[in-house]
Design a protein around this ligand. Structure first.
Ligand code: UT7
Length: 344
């Protein structure tokens, strides 16, 4: 039997559904970011301690990266799930909701505790019984990709309360004998709560991928060894890619948000290298004091670096409700992107 399609019948009643060019700028439901939180391991590894493990020194690491120390998981209780849960609890408390209110949990991580995913462990630890939970893998761009993904679920009206976590434990995947990479990374987690609201505060974004650069930064599975290899990276190429592509993607996201760079209160770049932050700030002609930097204390925490920095600046009262923030993540994939939003 030939059934007539029912949707066209309904469309005149819901004009917004018909809009063929519906973009990120005309969402059905607004999104607000209402809470943030961070968690980092207790153990600190300083540059001087690293210099006892590989041929390096504090001066080289500081001048080439801006990193002084990093925090690493050090016992069986600390994991992606434990750090993610702690950061999430802080974000949920700041948002003034409870775990039972959550509809969705997205965990951005590339260093999962379990290849089948870690998000459901976090859901169970939080007691977020109603929430559906899944992992999202986009390396150091994970938080930015996750923020755009989470926002879509709210914009469409599918969910009202979403928890987004960026958490990584790259210390498990570092070759601690390779001085080109082991000096860079640290472990940690950061989280935000996103909620449906009358006014939309997620104002513009731009996401990019380029698989041609896939070989520049990897934790690859070796079929010969039948296990994953430690991190390998072409540092100079990744550096060049970041300095070339990040200003461009930020400019595009700002354009979509209909804001100028001069209106930005805070720039939160993925905390990979202070020299990258300085170069991007320079290219954007942004006053340097508006660029958030905490990599001296944490190193590169991958998907966690942006939300950890956000939470620290919110908790210290520097980021205030209404402030305009632009964040940009970049890294393996290659992947990169930027999001513009107003806090609170
Ligand atoms: O989150 C993912 C994104 N990742 C990134 O953004 C990383 C981007 N890249 C970087 O941050 C930089 O490329 C690094 C910090 C990784 C390296 O800095 P660089 O200025 O590009 O150094 P380089 O690789 O050109 O090495 C310069 C020299 C070399 O010695 P020679 O060949 O000139 O004799 C290296 O062997 O520095 C040497 N070197 C070190 N020396 C002391 C490399 N690593 C070290 C070290 N300590 N840890």
């Amino acid at each position: 039997m030939n059934k007539k399609p029912r949707l066209p019948w309904l469309l005149p009643m819901f004009p917004t559904i018909r809009r063929p060019n519906m973009t990120q700028f005309s969402p059905l439901v607004g999104v607000r970011m209402t809470g943030s939180g961070a968690a980092t391991p207790e153990r600190i590894l300083t540059n001087d301690q690293l210099a006892q493990m590989v041929e390096t020194n504090d001066d080289w690491i500081r001048s080439r990266t801006g990193i002084r120390e990093r925090r690493l998981v050090s016992n069986s209780r600390e994991s992606v799930a434990s750090l993610a849960t702690l950061a999430a609890q802080r974000a949920i408390a700041q948002a003034g909701i409870t775990a039972e209110d959550l509809d969705l949990i997205i965990l951005a991580t590339s260093t999962t505790d379990d290849l089948f995913g870690t998000a459901t462990q976090v859901q169970a630890r939080l007691g977020a019984q109603r929430a559906v939970a899944f992992d999202l893998v986009a390396a150091c761009s994970g938080f930015v990709f996750g923020l755009v993904t989470a926002s879509q679920y709210i914009h469409t009206g599918a969910f009202r309360n979403v928890l987004l976590i960026g958490a990584d434990v790259l210390s498990r995947w570092v070759d601690w004998g390779d001085r080109r990479t082991c000096i860079l990374f640290g472990d940690g987690a950061g989280a935000v709560v996103l909620q449906a609201g009358d006014r939309n505060q997620i104002l513009g974004w731009e996401l990019r991928s380029d698989g041609q650069g896939h070989g520049l930064l990897n934790i690859a599975y070796s079929t010969e060894q039948q296990r994953f290899e430690p991190i390998t990276m072409n540092g100079q190429e990744v550096y060049r890619f970041a300095v070339r592509c990040v200003p461009d993607v930020i400019a595009k996201a700002l354009h979509r948000a209909e804001h100028a760079i001069g209106e930005v209160d805070w720039l939160i770049l993925h905390q990979a290298n202070q020299r990258i932050i300085d170069a991007v700030v320079d290219r954007l002609h942004l006053p340097p004091e508006r660029a958030i930097s905490n990599m001296a204390t944490y190193g590169n925490t991958s998907a966690a670096s942006i939300p950890i920095a956000l939470a620290e600046w919110v908790d210290s009262g520097k980021i205030l409700p209404g402030h305009l923030i632009v964040a940009s993540g970049f890294g393996a994939g290659l992947s990169w992107g930027a999001v513009v939003w107003r806090w609170g």
